[in-house]
Design a protein around this ligand. Sequence first.
Ligand SMILES: Cc1cc2nc3c(=O)[nH]c(=O)nc-3n(C[C@H](O)[C@H](O)[C@H](O)COP(=O)(O)OP(=O)(O)OC[C@H]3O[C@@H](n4cnc5c(N)ncnc54)[C@H](O)[C@@H]3O)c2cc1C
Ligand code: FES
Length: 428
Amino acid sequence: MLSQTLIMFAGLAVIALVAVQAMLFVVGSVSRLSREKKAQALSLQLLQERIDAARASRAKVEQAVSSWNGWRKFQVFKRAPEPGDVCSFYLRPHDGKPLPAFRPGQYLTFQLNIPGKDKPVIRCYSLSDAPRQDYFRVSIKRCPAPRDKPGIAPGLCSNFFHDSVKEGDILDVKAPGGHFFIDMEATTPVVLIAGGIGITPVLSMLNALAQDGTLKRQVHFFLGVRSSNDHPMKAHLEELKRLHDKLDLHVCYSEPAKDDAKDRDFRHGERVSIDLFKRVLPSNNFDFYLCGPPPMMESIVAGLEAWGVPDEKVHFEAFGPASIKKVKKDEPPAGPASAGPSVSALEVVFAKSAKTCTWTPTLGTLLELAEKNGVTLDFGCRAGNCGTCITAIKEGDVHYSTPPGAAPEKGSCLTCVAVPSTRLVLDA
Ligand SMILES: Cc1cc2nc3c(=O)[nH]c(=O)nc-3n(C[C@H](O)[C@H](O)[C@H](O)COP(=O)(O)OP(=O)(O)OC[C@H]3O[C@@H](n4cnc5c(N)ncnc54)[C@H](O)[C@@H]3O)c2cc1C
Ligand code: FES
């Protein structure tokens, strides 16, 4: 009897031992499997990161290889008129080599030989389509004479493009440049805002986001024009809207024409404004990209700030003299760094023009100071990239409110982004 009980206990002990071992084996296997799974996921993630990094560096190399220094010849192979005195020009590189992948929002710099002008004239035009390897597109609006000065000649280059640049013509073009571009890696919803011809860089952004057939981000697109008579790319925008649910298109007509119909030609019979954003956007939590005429830009940039949109989420470009000073709240206005905040006025002498002016921080850059005082300086991009406004410094020094794309030679400055930091004598 005792031996039977002992045998039973011994049997139970063996079973328990086997069960514990089996359990330990299972637990060990499960945790080993889970460790292996984690390690596998980690190496997959690492592999993906390596692939992304390789892709990014290949894109950089490709861009560097297909980009160029100085002027490159391009042939105009197509002209396409648009409403509102706008014409699109399609350009192919004359050397037939591929084009660099520019960043949507950037612009081209043109050097034009205009009959009657003693030297080439430089102007910048934003790329108005998504990056492609075969051609660039710019869309140019005729610039009339100012309304209050009808005696003055209308805009030189825009009218030259419209009246004289034909299909087959060859133009000198600098590689795409500029700091106003969309982050193509971001996936968060975005607001794109255009006024009139300011549509060009933001349309390039929209087309790039929709390039693969699926809109990569939710886009709220606002376009402000007077009426259908000034509505560029109307059919294209409507087609994009039809194709992409993620595109929320807000076309605003401030003065609809007699035959313009709400909800067919336009969505809002008003200007693009902060009030409109507050009514139709779910929140202010977006990146805002904006290009338009100075009054619209001024009111919207100030309004976005008042609405609590952080400075780093508001991106804009001015086509003409930059009239918006983006000054961060706790930052003194762009001014003479080395001279210190106590300096409020500095003398600037334009030696060749025999003009002596007083610069104060509110007067802006040296180019703006010159223009306000009737001194003519050459300019192109007005953003420190094209080098057209380079001017020799005879005495004194400057400070850059926006860092120039390429540092100018010693003893000279880029007047479009420079402000004086001491008394200054310029060879202009
Ligand atoms: C980064 C950037 C991107 C741009 N992208 C585009 C774009 O995509 N599409 C586009 O259409 N434009 C664009 N522009 C604007 C473009 O570069 C030109 O500024 C525009 O075409 C006008 O140039 P213009 O030579 O025709 O006129 P300008 O000859 O420069 O004249 C401009 C205005 O000044 C007037 N004017 C001329 N002389 C005087 C004077 N002595 N006194 C008073 N007024 C005078 C002219 O009548 C005209 O109204 C862009 C500008 C920049 C900086
Ligand atoms: S105008 Fe282009 S760098 Fe100044």
